[in-house]
Design a protein around this ligand. Sequence first.
Ligand SMILES: *[C@@H]1O[C@H](CO)[C@@H](O)[C@H](O)[C@H]1NC(C)=O
Ligand SMILES: *[C@@H]1O[C@H](CO)[C@@H](O)[C@H](O)[C@H]1NC(C)=O
Ligand SMILES: *[C@@H]1O[C@H](CO)[C@@H](O)[C@H](O)[C@H]1NC(C)=O
Length: 456
Amino acid sequence: MGTNPSQNHHLQVTQFSLPKKQFVAYGLYALIPLALLHYLLFYPLATAKPPVQLPQLQEDAPAFVPSQHGHAPVNADEQLPPPSPHRQDEVLGNSPAGEAVSASPPCDYADGEWVPDARPPLYNGTSCGTIKDGQNCMAHGRPDTGYLYWRWRPQRCDLPAFSPAAFLRWLRNRHLAFVGDSLARNQGESLLCLLSSHSTPELVYRDGEENKFRRWVFHEYNATVSIFWSPLLVKVVEKAEHAGVRHNNVFLDAFDERWMSQLGALDAAVLSVGHWFLIPGIYHDAGNVVGCHDCAGLNHTETDFFGVFKEAVHRTLAEVTRRQVADTSKKKKVIAFTTFSPAHFQGDWDKTGACPEKRPYKEKEVGYTETAMRKTVVDAVAAANADADAGGLRFAALDVTKLANLRPDGHPGPYMRNDPFAGGGEDARVQNDCVHWCMPGPIDTFNEILLQTVVG
Ligand SMILES: *[C@@H]1O[C@H](CO)[C@@H](O)[C@H](O)[C@H]1NC(C)=O
Ligand SMILES: *[C@@H]1O[C@H](CO)[C@@H](O)[C@H](O)[C@H]1NC(C)=O
Ligand SMILES: *[C@@H]1O[C@H](CO)[C@@H](O)[C@H](O)[C@H]1NC(C)=O
């Protein structure tokens, strides 16, 4: 970002004029996956009602024919053998030697490379019951398994393998919440599967209708994990295609109390949003419409999503701090914010081979949109931390954009559905998910970094 920001102080919404080339880059990004994003992000749950019809967003985007899927089972009652002891010991990094060199800067996990790793994942498509149907690539018949055998190697330090025991020891008597869109849920379910390989959680709460709010307890540890649906972090009245409402109505000056009101009970939260800012939205502040994204046909000022994303992120972190300062219990908290997770469409989302890669990229430049979205989070986290005595709060960026950008092979693609080529062979028209992540898969690495972040 940083390209001619001009602040409108009255409305407090930053707008940007993008140089032509960058605008084209962002435009293409928005165009190719938009039809799919609509579907994937708005109907993220297997039980959600599909739209009757999607708007034609580009000439060659055919009407979407959703399929019906059942629930994934909710119990994770099968276990993998516990990991070998050395994996657990290396995790906490609090050896005496480690403390003696406390002057060395903390590890930067953001930059590195994927290297082959023969160790199998801690769970699989049948051993964990909390994998959303659309991300259960193994169970849906994805034939290749090479994408499972890689680990992230940061440039100047080591990222220890995930240790469920170490994570649960940290989580003892604590409550960790994942808050955000369907990628927050993807990451939350990855953590549940990783932890389930060591201890069996009980699902103690689920939102009756759409599973948007769930809570599990690992009784052995009195450890709680929950998932909150909040796709823009601030208050939103979600669009309803079936009722002809094409736009989200987003209220930048109101918070989403469905999770915000629970802050006092939390010891840690992982926030993860971004993709919902790319779909059509009308943005409100102080009773006025301050901008509209993708609003042809409406009499509103068109805005890109970078400014409103930045506004929503900054305001949310400031509000978390304000509430912490006002909270007399001063319970310590870690607020981690997962940076933007890139999609990998190489072709039409409804044709074979939309994200066909079978291996990580060795190198791949992070796109303009992804770079800007990432930077917003990294900057907001730094600003929130600099905000003097926040009363026991610590913010951290879970900086996954680069490592995720290198994993075009980690998405479900056609295996978002069971046996996708059953009807017509490889030439069949088939919908692809190149946004979310297979489980197991690269998103497990997000939680390896989360472990280092919370214990650090
Ligand atoms: C998944 O894990 C379970 C439990 O460890 C094991 O019995 C099963 O064979 C595994 N399935 C696959 C496809 O690897
Ligand atoms: C169990 O964990 C919760 C946090 O989820 C905590 O408030 C409570 O005090 C813990 N119970 C005990 C007995 O420590
Ligand atoms: C659009 O908004 C402007 C400024 O508020 C107003 O002057 C104009 O009449 C509006 N046009 C339509 C078609 O509503």
